[in-house]
Design a protein around this ligand. Structure first.
Ligand code: THU
Length: 129
């Protein structure tokens, strides 16, 4: 099975477990990490809204906990109508563990994939000059 298909399946499984009673918008993320493993996350909302966490943040935390260092590819899927791009904070999180080749794959529910690099989505990321 192709990498994007594998990530899609894992991201969808995570998305179905999302806890999103406030937005009713489920998101799943799956990372292909440099250790060859797949790490997943979903959004986990909170009655105190700002405490909620994004799917990408969960997947990155799982990757770090698992001992991997870099994101080779991350796929994001939601139960909305179309593709979603990661929020600004998650782009900064992805950047921390990415390089120029890291693929950010956006998917709809029909496995239509659109691929970006971090520079496309966060060209002027925070850094010290
Ligand atoms: N959400 C994510 O999980 N990832 C994103 O990149 C954007 C938004 C979640 C946060 C919230 O639980 C719901 O989607 C609606 O914004």
């Amino acid at each position: 099975m192709k990498k994007n298909q594998q990530l899609f399946r894992k991201a969808c499984a995570a998305m179905h477990n999302a806890y999103a009673p406030y937005s009713n918008f489920r998101v799943g993320a799956a990372i292909w990490a440099d250790d060859g493993n797949i790490y997943v996350g979903c959004n986990a909302e909170n009655i105190s809204y700002p405490c909620g966490t994004c799917a990408e943040a969960g997947a990155i935390a799982a990757m770090v906990a698992g001992g991997a260092k870099r994101i080779e590819r991350i796929l994001i899927v939601s139960d909305g109508e179309s593709l979603i791009t990661p929020c600004g904070a998650c782009l900064q999180r992805i950047k921390e563990f990415s390089d120029d080749n890291t693929e950010i794959v956006l998917s709809d529910g029909e496995q239509n994939f659109t691929v970006f690099r971090i520079f496309d989505l966060l060209p002027q990321a925070f850094q010290e000059f």
